[in-house]
Design a protein around this ligand. Structure first.
Ligand SMILES: *Cc1c(COP(=O)(O)O)cnc(C)c1O
Length: 389
């Protein structure tokens, strides 16, 4: 198979040689296509017009790299970012000096100086939290703004309707410091779910009470629910990174992640031989195996392993889809490459994500969703960023 990384020569002999670059030594190479992230953001922005399109970059931009993604999207014109924690917010600020940055987990007593120093806005979901934040703001002459999160049926973060309505007088009076009012869909990826309409109706009421404050309801899938849910700002995350926001239809997003892992051994087993822990998989013919250096410690879920009689996840070797044979172990997996062309050699790479294998397909085998596939991508992979200039 042609080396998928033509720039990667085999590692020079270690004896006396200069330190080997990670590209040569890494057992896995994770390539993030920043141009695809930008293209996805633009597609969502077009869909959401006239609303502003923000970007959710929490959890290291869903495993794709918080700072590179934030920098690329800032270059494309994205002006508002959401993260979960204040620590993530600091990293986002380093990449986007002038953007509005919101921390979804909100404000904690004693953290005010960090919010002010990096000009971060907390997303506040509780009246006591709001009082606490405002006491910090008064004490330090800070007025960098905050979002109010109202719960409309998710029952996760956000204040109840009654508490939100209690702020109406202050909104009317004008000096409130609220730069955004938001809520979050529980079932946006299921367009027909009755909770969507209920949440929309409640949020409309909230938005009218918070008149003059920009309003935001839609996540990635929400954007595809139609114009009525868009309000002033949309908050896509997963779709930016290639996850299908419309699971009932074809994926309109471009794939972002490509994952290749090194073949560390080749072997042939006889018909009747078992492979891996627990001997769950049995060769039904003389079988060529590639042992590949990625396992569940790298975020390749154990659930995707090959068990006799059950269809397993696949990897691509020399352009051919090959099933996984036996259990996924911590650092390794075995792939049945009997149907791949001959000539596969140790040191070459198998494609685990990419060349048509998407994160949603893998999620299916992992027993989860594309979000968790991305946020589980392991720390051992060498990360390469393409594009985004
Ligand atoms: C994570 C998150 C988002 C982004 O959701 P996606 O489904 O990834 O688009 C938006 N809003 C809130 C409050 C979130 O927690």
């Amino acid at each position: 198979m042609p080396n998928p990384f033509p720039t990667l020569a085999p590692a020079p002999d270690a004896a006396g040689a200069a330190p080997v670059p990670a590209e040569f030594s890494a057992n896995g190479i994770l390539t993030v296509d920043l141009d695809a992230v930008v293209a996805n953001w633009r597609l969502l922005a077009k869909e959401a017009v006239p609303a502003e399109t923000a970007a959710v970059v929490k959890a290291d931009a869903y495993g794709c790299g918080l700072e590179p993604v934030t920098r690329a999207l800032t270059g494309a014109g994205c002006k508002t970012f959401f993260v979960a924690t204040i620590d993530e917010a600091r990293h986002a600020r380093a990449a986007a000096p002038h953007a509005d940055i919101y921390a979804l987990d909100g404000y904690f007593t004693g953290c005010g100086a960090m919010f002010a120093a990096h000009n971060i806005r907390p997303v506040i979901g509780d009246l006591a939290e709001l009082a606490d934040w405002e006491s910090f703001c008064r004490g330090h002459g800070w007025n960098g703004g905050a979002a109010i999160h109202v719960d409309t049926g998710m029952n996760r973060l956000g204040m109840g309707l009654g508490d939100a309505l209690a702020l109406a007088g202050r909104v009317k009076a004008g000096h409130h410091g609220f730069t955004l009012v938001m809520s979050h869909f529980a079932c946006a990826e299921t367009p027909g779910h009755p909770l969507n309409a209920r949440q929309l109706a409640l949020f409309r009421e909230i938005a009218s009470v918070f008149s003059g404050v920009p309003a935001s309801l839609a996540n990635s899938s929400g954007i595809f629910l139609g114009g009525t849910v868009l309000f002033d700002l949309v908050r896509p995350g997963a779709a930016l990174y290639g996850v299908n926001p419309t699971p009932e239809a074809e994926n309109p997003m471009r794939p972002v992640v490509d994952l290749k892992a090194r073949i560390v051994q080749l072997r042939t087993v006889e018909r009747g031989d078992s492979v891996g822990y627990g001997a769950t998989w049995t060769a039904r013919r003389p079988t060529r195996l590639a042992i590949v250096a990625a396992g569940y410690a790298d975020g390749y879920f154990r659930a995707a392993g090959g068990v006799d009689g059950v269809r397993s996840a696949e990897a691509i070797v020399a352009g051919v889809r090959c099933p996984i044979a036996g259990r996924i172990s911590m650092d390794l997996m075995a792939i049945d490459i009997t149907d791949a062309p001959p000539g596969v050699r140790r040191g070459q790479f198998a494609t685990l994500i990419g060349e048509g294998i998407g994160v949603d397909e893998l999620a299916n085998y992992f027993g989860t969703i594309g979000y968790e596939v991305l946020t589980s991508l392991g720390p051992r992979y060498h990360r390469v960023y393409r594009g985004g200039a």
